[in-house]
Design a protein around this ligand. Sequence first.
Ligand SMILES: [Zn+2]
Length: 76
Amino acid sequence: MENTSAVSLEANEVSGASQEASPTTWMCVLCGWVYDEEQGDPSGGVPAGTRWADVPDTWVCPDCGVGKSEFIMMQV
Ligand SMILES: [Zn+2]
């Protein structure tokens, strides 16, 4: 029986854009909300895959409203 072939399909690389640098996540020091570069913040106008450096300075934490300077990097 070979019914397990479909399992690996879901693990495909996300568009395989630029994978040289490992994605990082950033955590809000005030409320603990986490920004994941792979997921972005679509509801906040930041598309998935946006690197932290490319997140506009006008972007704020969706939970508590602080700016980027209040976030700390989390190595994954
Ligand atoms: Zn916050």
